[in-house]
Design a protein around this ligand. Structure first.
Ligand SMILES: [Zn+2]
Length: 277
């Protein structure tokens, strides 16, 4: 399978992004948002950075790890013969649970938050927000995924299927669209919908540490970090306010953001219950 050799993966990701932009134009949730090509380029540049960084470190990628695990007979699935749907499903579930844990850590520890703040700094949420990850965060996620590959002995094909699913879901959950209320209700029982993830991007600190899931909403329900999508307000403010805000939202500031520690630096947290009016 040569999905990751050449540029097939890149073409696929661009196709998904283009489809999401068409969907946004057809069924927008927030209407009348002015398109900002500069913001789109800024967001895309972060993905490009990560692509180069991880491209230079192929042994840090899950795909590279899968090749090593197979060659050395490491992990559960390298001890048996299993169909692709089984290994792919195992990969999707294991990586999604891992991603939940990593995301929770990114919001818990300040040194990790500094790599994730770039993603949350976007004041508008659309498909291009799914491209706005700092390379340091991509590196953290790539490193944490490695033991999963070695423990399960995931084959390269399962890594490709996970990449395809993750690309579609990550783009979809950031897309500025509204699902029909009945679809939203059913889908959000199992999966992360755009409304659910949009709440996670709210500037309101009480929502910031909730809805941390990427594909399945199950983890948030299981670990009590779930906020239902009907809490989303039409005038919801997105991004980060206060000293943690990235101002101005320029390419240089995004690239250097992990090195910034403002005075009174702290991950935005809700006020304690008894301090609220
Ligand atoms: Zn987050």
């Amino acid at each position: 399978m040569d999905f990751f050799r050449g540029v097939t993966g890149l073409y696929f990701a661009l196709g998904v992004l283009a489809s999401a932009l068409v969907l946004e134009a057809m069924m927008p949730w927030r209407r009348g948002v002015k398109i900002s090509p500069a913001r789109w380029v800024r967001n895309a540049s972060m993905s490009f950075y990560s692509f180069i960084l991880l491209g230079l470190l192929p042994l840090l990628s899950a795909y590279g790890a899968a090749m090593i695990a197979e060659a050395r007979g490491l992990g559960v699935f390298n001890q048996m013969t299993a169909p692709l749907w089984v290994t792919a499903l195992a990969a999707i579930i294991a990586f999604d649970l891992t991603a939940y844990g990593v995301h929770r850590s990114l919001h818990k520890w300040y040194f990790l938050w500094r790599t994730h703040r770039t993603h949350h700094g976007d004041a508008h949420i659309d498909a291009t927000t799914s491209l706005r990850f700092h390379p340091f965060e991509a590196l953290v996620r790539a490193i944490i995924d490695l033991p999963v590959v070695f423990l399960l002995g995931l084959p390269e094909e399962a890594i490709v299927v996970n990449f395809v699913v993750l690309t579609v879901v990550n783009t979809f959950t950031h897309t500025n669209i509204a699902l029909a209320p009945s679809v939203e209700r059913v889908l959000s029982r199992i999966l992360v919908t755009p409304h659910i993830h949009r709440l996670h991007h709210s500037a309101a600190p009480e929502h910031l540490d909730t809805n941390l899931g990427t594909i399945f909403s199950l983890w948030d329900r299981l670990f009590a970090t779930f906020t239902p999508s009907d809490r989303l307000r039409e005038n919801e403010v997105f991004g980060i306010e206060g000293p943690e805000a990235i101002t101005p939202d320029s390419f240089a500031n995004l690239a250097l953001d992990p090195f910034r520690k403002p005075d009174h630096a702290a991950i935005p947290k809700p006020e304690p219950r008894d301090a609220r009016p």
